[in-house]
Design a protein around this ligand. Structure first.
Ligand SMILES: NC(=O)c1ccc[n+]([C@@H]2O[C@H](COP(=O)([O-])OP(=O)(O)OC[C@H]3O[C@@H](n4cnc5c(N)ncnc54)[C@H](O)[C@@H]3O)[C@@H](O)[C@H]2O)c1
Length: 250
């Protein structure tokens, strides 16, 4: 059932990709608590997120690399909530890979999810943000863009591309009242990170290189997301905000 857009400018409609768990779930909950209505786009089951948020959440099953599914998901979101104004490009994959063993298929899969995904979602969403005359696009990159770890060459390349996408897209859409920014988390305790980069003492090794001496949690990123999406943040655009406990400073 579609709803008419709210006249309360502080209540927006957001789409968060990768909202089934991890950072995406945390972001969806935070945006909903802030009063926004939130659609989640994920390949995986989002019932856990839906149970935590309730009616303000609408899950749409889609693959961010598939243009037809992305277009349908964006249109379903806009129909359900009467528009779309905030896009959080969070879905991503970060398999550790030895460079010399990285296949072209590995490389392309990482680029497809981490770069094609934000391109397709942002492009499909843009007409709605333009129609609102206001928009926030937030790309979740990674502190690896400043650190360049040896086992994440393809991943670092994809997220560095997303930093460039953030800057150029900010220039392309600024005139429509739309900002585009990136947030770069450090290694953050999610289930996926626990299975990959954070495994075998990885969380503790990264923590020991930080200025802030604790393992980063998804909640450590929420205030930055809300700041970037805030009504008052319209002059902040094209930026990459590093939230990694101070292991990289730029
Ligand atoms: N956790 C970290 O340490 C960390 C650090 C820096 C950046 N990041 C970035 O933050 C984002 C979220 O990471 P996370 O740790 O929460 O990971 P996660 O695996 O828990 O969440 C990612 C979500 O994206 C979804 N997804 C993957 N491919 C998809 C596709 N093709 N279409 C739709 N959905 C898809 C997954 O199903 C999953 O629910 C990623 O972009 C990641 O690169 C994470």
């Amino acid at each position: 059932m579609s709803e008419t857009p709210s006249n309360d400018a502080s209540q927006r409609v957001a789409l968060v990709t990768g909202a089934a768990g991890g950072l995406g779930r945390e972001f969806a909950i935070a945006l909903a608590r802030r009063g926004h209505r939130v659609a989640g786009l994920d390949l995986a089951d989002m019932s856990g997120t839906a149970d935590l948020i309730g009616d303000a959440f609408h899950p749409v099953r889609a693959d961010v690399t598939d243009p037809v599914e992305v277009e349908a998901a964006v249109e379903e979101t806009a129909a359900r909530f009467g528009g779309l104004e905030i896009v959080v490009n969070n879905a991503g994959i970060y398999p550790p890979l030895e460079f010399e063993k990285t296949t072209l298929d590995d490389w392309r899969r990482i680029m497809r999810v981490n770069l094609d995904g934000p391109f397709l979602v942002s492009q499909a969403a843009l007409p709605h943000l333009k129609a609102a005359g206001w928009g926030r696009i937030v790309n979740i990159v990674s502190a690896v863009v400043f650190l360049g770890p040896p086992d994440l060459v393809a991943y670092t390349t994809s997220k560095s591309g997303l930093v460039g996408f953030t800057r150029a897209l900010a220039s392309a859409v600024g005139a429509y009242g739309i900002t585009v920014n990136a947030i770069s988390p450090g290694l953050t305790r999610t289930d996926m990170a626990a299975r990959t980069t954070g495994a075998d003492g990885g969380f503790e090794r990264v923590r020991d290189k930080q200025v802030v001496p604790h393992v980063e949690e998804p909640g450590d990123l929420v205030s930055t997301l809300l700041y970037v999406c805030d009504e008052g943040s319209g002059f902040l655009t094209g930026q990459t905000i590093n939230v990694d406990g101070g292991s990289a400073m730029h």
